[in-house]
Design a protein around this ligand. Structure first.
Ligand SMILES: Cc1cc2nc3c(=O)[nH]c(=O)nc-3n(C[C@H](O)[C@H](O)[C@H](O)COP(=O)(O)OP(=O)(O)OC[C@H]3O[C@@H](n4cnc5c(N)ncnc54)[C@H](O)[C@@H]3O)c2cc1C
Length: 489
């Protein structure tokens, strides 16, 4: 089939109704429901870029085996230049959403590429497993499907292993000659309600006894026995004005809890089966983080540049950028952009070979940025809040600018240093959407947690660290001291 355009993405969602609940109601059509229509529209715009004259070459490639185009996230890279090409595509998509839609389709498409490159690891479960992974990668690539995922068991009691909460956690409950049946919960599937497929695997941490939970598989989102219950939407289409909520009206990504109830998975979609050791090892062994981090750090760079830009504009709009401590804060924010840019470049230039003759980005610099973002992004948001201060609360609704009786006052009292009342209100509304509203708070929580618990991810950095150079330097310095001798006077 090749790449889809936005309308094809929407049509596919429409013709595959799924079991989705939000605000106490079952959703009939996710493409028109006011909680999802805006994100569907934004995603459709991304798909449209794959067929637009100006962006087709930049966002897609021709798959040699089929002669059809596919998104660049699926493309195996042969050298650093290929990785750079992929990064350009990720950036073009991220810019469309100001980096605010973290789970755009390219995110999981990169994971599939990583699974394809490392599929031989799955042979531990049986010789047919690598082939299943290869076939699924080709299926998603050639049909340009949109995947969502939910890697964690629901947050009930984190002190107990899954085997002690088996009824709550997703697990295999039956198998027959055709496939397996799964039941139980999983959190959280961002954009799950508007996805085409769910791919399920686990973060490391399963324990012996958790075999029934040690699975990797994929099912269509409209599968019988797969229900999604969404969090409360922060905005509904048409409910709030674009002037007051320019970001949340467009880029809200809903998140859902997945509930499997005897959901059937055919064997050809089962990629890891009842293997705790393989499930725990696959997350690192498949090197999926190398690929996803290139995509997601590129997106995060756009989001960071946007947030820093908002901080700069807010400061300048009220003349606060003349103060030394404000300049210091802004300088700190600008540094974050430079760190992110450098790590992306190094991950490409020092890319590493895979076992199938392709290359993947170097993980170290990407992971360093990724584990720094949970501190860096909230800091930039804090800087916006600190500089805008009570200015956020001084702003009227956009509607007040349309009232003739208020015009003299609205024109007069809301202006800033070299900025009109209307433009300053527009800027502060944008800043509040990003740094104050529920939408902005989720966008912050996303950077803190989307790649897993930052505490444990940082610890994983230590466990997998390349410490050759630090050790060499310390050894050289220790050699200076020689054997103990009295001081020479
Ligand atoms: C906005 C948003 C979108 C997301 N989208 C997705 C998505 O699309 N797909 C997906 O799979 N995931 C998604 N995630 C989930 C993300 O992967 C998890 O939030 C993250 O892994 C942390 O897990 P948790 O939320 O269950 O926190 P918990 O693991 O419950 O942690 C809660 C607290 O307890 C501590 N803690 C818990 N267990 C331990 C332990 N064993 N050892 C030490 N400390 C512990 C943690 O440090 C933390 O402070 C998203 C998260 C957010 C916030």
């Amino acid at each position: 089939m090749g790449v889809r355009n936005g309308q094809q993405f929407i049509d596919h969602l429409k013709s595959n109704p799924r079991d989705v609940w939000i605000n106490g109601e079952q959703v009939q059509d996710v493409t028109t429901h006011p909680a999802f229509s805006a994100s569907v529209e934004q995603l459709a715009k991304l798909y449209d870029m794959q067929v637009a004259n100006e962006t087709e070459e930049l966002t897609t490639y021709v798959v040699p085996e089929t002669g059809e185009r596919a998104g660049l996230a699926f493309m195996p890279a042969m050298d650093a230049a290929d990785l750079n090409k992929k990064r350009v595509a990720y950036r073009l998509w991220a810019e469309k959403t100001f980096g605010l839609m973290g789970r755009s389709p390219d995110f999981l498409n990169c994971s599939l590429l990583a699974y394809w490159e490392s599929r031989e690891l799955a042979a531990k479960n049986g010789p047919e497993f690598p082939e299943r992974i290869a076939k699924y990668y080709e299926y998603v690539r050639d049909n340009d499907l949109f995947l969502s995922h939910a890697l964690l068991s629901p947050q009930n009691d984190r002190s107990k292993p899954s085997s002690e909460q088996a009824e709550l956690h997703m697990r295999v409950v039956n198998e027959d000659k055709d496939g397996i049946y799964v039941s139980g919960g999983r959190m959280i599937a961002t954009l799950g309600p508007v996805s085409d497929e769910m791919i399920m695997y686990s973060l490391p941490g399963l324990q012996p006894g958790d075999e029934d939970h040690a699975l990797m598989f994929a099912v269509p989102t409209d599968s019988k026995g797969l229900r999604q219950i969404c969090r409360e939407p922060y905005t509904l289409a048409g409910q709030k004005s674009d002037f007051d909520h320019p970001l949340s009206n467009r880029f809200e990504e809903n998140d859902s809890l997945l509930i499997f109830d005897n959901c059937f998975v055919p064997w050809d979609r089962v990629f890891i089966y009842r293997d705790v050791e393989l499930s725990n090892a696959y997350y690192v062994g498949s090197a999926l983080r190398n690929h996803t981090a290139l995509q997601t750090n590129t997106r995060a760079l756009v989001k960071m540049e946007f947030a820093v830009g908002v901080a700069l504009e807010v400061a300048r709009s009220i003349g606060a950028d003349k103060f030394l401590h404000v300049q210091t804060m802004l300088g700190e924010c600008l540094n974050e952009i430079e760190f992110l840019k450098s790590s992306l470049l190094r991950s490409e230039v020092e890319c590493e070979a895979t076992s199938v003759g392709t290359v993947r980005p170097l993980l170290g610099p990407l992971q360093a940025s990724r584990t720094h973002l949970p501190k860096a992004y909230p800091r930039v948001i804090e800087v916006i809040q600190t500089i805008a201060a009570g200015g956020f609360m001084m702003m009227p609704s956009g509607a007040d600018f349309t009232v003739p009786e208020l015009k003299e006052d609205t024109d007069k009292y809301y202006g800033g240093a070299n900025i009109s009342s209307l433009d300053r209100a527009r800027l502060f509304k944008l800043a509040w959407d990003l740094a104050g509203e529920a939408f902005g708070t989720r966008a912050l929580q996303y950077e803190r947690y989307y790649a897993g618990d930052p505490m444990r991810t940082l610890a994983m950095n230590y466990m997998g660290a390349n410490d050759t150079e630090p050790k060499k330097l310390v050894a050289a310095a220790l050699a200076l001291s020689g054997d103990p001798t009295p001081a020479k006077s």
